[in-house]
Design a protein around this ligand. Structure first.
Ligand SMILES: [Zn+2]
Length: 115
């Protein structure tokens, strides 16, 4: 068999495997915008198993999105390791909220934590 025919057959077989994998796992294709919207949920482990499959499937196919996720995951890991939680009195907490987002709508906390 000529090399080109063998190569063509191999490519067809690879496409068949990809198609079969999509059919068997029924992974929904997400686009880059949807992927970007899922990054922080993925970093915080808040995706369902189905969403994780969709997320990982896109990351395998799209290098820029994979890099975006790796940057977010690395940033979160560094923050977890380096930033320490400091308890603050409720009046300080409320003053910070009022100066940044306005009056808080939730009940007044006794003590909150800031990072
Ligand atoms: Zn992408």
């Amino acid at each position: 068999m000529p090399v080109s025919a063998a190569l063509s057959r191999k490519i067809d077989a690879k496409d068949d495997v990809v198609s079969m994998r999509s059919i068997v796992t029924k992974v929904r294709n997400v686009n880059c915008i949807e992927f970007y919207g899922m990054v922080s949920e993925k970093v915080d482990n808040r995706l369902s198993s189905e969403q994780i499959q969709e997320f990982n499937d896109h990351a395998r196919k799209c290098h820029p999105c994979d890099v975006e996720y790796l940057i977010a995951a690395t940033t979160k890991a560094v923050l977890r390791e380096k930033v320490h939680c400091i308890p603050v009195p409720s009046d300080v907490y409320l003053a910070i909220l009022q100066s940044t987002i306005g009056t808080p709508s939730s009940p007044t906390p006794e003590m909150r934590h800031f990072y």
